[in-house]
Design a protein around this ligand. Structure first.
Ligand code: GAR
Length: 216
């Protein structure tokens, strides 16, 4: 059997997406193996999730670096020590420099809590409600130098309900995140997903601009 795809996961917080990846990818026969979890915050709860699963952890505190370029260079060195084929951003709340993004071109995935290109940035659930959107959801995409703007891989779409609050919506979206991120990572690890010259490709065919759509 082929060697599993080495994955490094970057986090800043709770790590519920990390947990979904751990749960999905553990065990014999998995196409991917999480080699390390790296956080820019020492108090990120996701670090305990990684340790509990026996995964190597590292903390790189961004406040100890002179600036973004210096931090990102140190982060690259830390990540590359694990020789990953894929780097997964799972609630990593840092804007990455162009140099970092180019270094991992085609092997850097992110998850975002909105139906991109709608609601880039923060506070997406409140903004979706305030905009009167009929639908909301989450997106996995390849990371490019455009913030929250890289080619979409998969989106989970859900209807906004009359009694949704930002908190309730966040919970509903989170559940979908935990389904679509392991799916996308598996696709990549199995060699089915790649970044082509003009977008994300699945099984050799260009994905639609929305990525693969899942409606629930
Ligand atoms: C997730 O909702 C993820 O989509 C979001 O941070 C949360 C992390 O939760 N990411 C972004 O907003 C990136 N722009 P988690 O730590 O429980 O996985």
């Amino acid at each position: 059997m082929a060697e599993p795809c080495n994955v490094v996961v970057l986090i800043s917080g709770s790590g519920s997406n990390l947990q979904a990846l751990i749960d999905d990818l553990h065990g014999a026969g998995s196409p991917a193996r999480i080699r390390a979890v790296i956080s820019n915050r020492a108090d990120a709860a996701g670090l305990s999730r990684a340790r509990a699963a026996g995964i190597d952890t590292r903390v790189l505190d961004h406040t100890r670096y002179a600036g973004r370029e210096a931090f990102d260079a140190a982060l690259i060195a830390e990540i590359d020590a694990f020789e990953p084929q894929l780097v997964v951003l799972a609630g990593f709340m840092r804007i990455l420099s162009g140099g970092f993004v180019r270094h991992y071109q085609g092997r850097l995935l992110n998850i975002h809590p909105s139906l991109l290109p709608r609601h880039k940035g923060l506070d997406t659930h409140r903004r979706a409600l305030e905009a009167g959107d009929a639908e909301h959801g989450c997106s996995v995409h390849f990371v490019t130098e455009e913030l929250d703007g890289g080619p979409l891989v998969v989106q989970a779409v859900l209807p906004i309900e009359a009694d949704d609050t930002p908190e309730r919506l966040a919970t509903r979206v989170h559940h979908r995140e935990h389904l679509i991120y392991p799916l996308a990572v598996r696709w990549f690890a199995e060699g089915r997903l790649r970044l082509g010259a003009d977008g994300a490709m699945l099984d050799g065919a260009k994905l639609p601009a929305t990525g693969h759509l899942i409606r629930t």
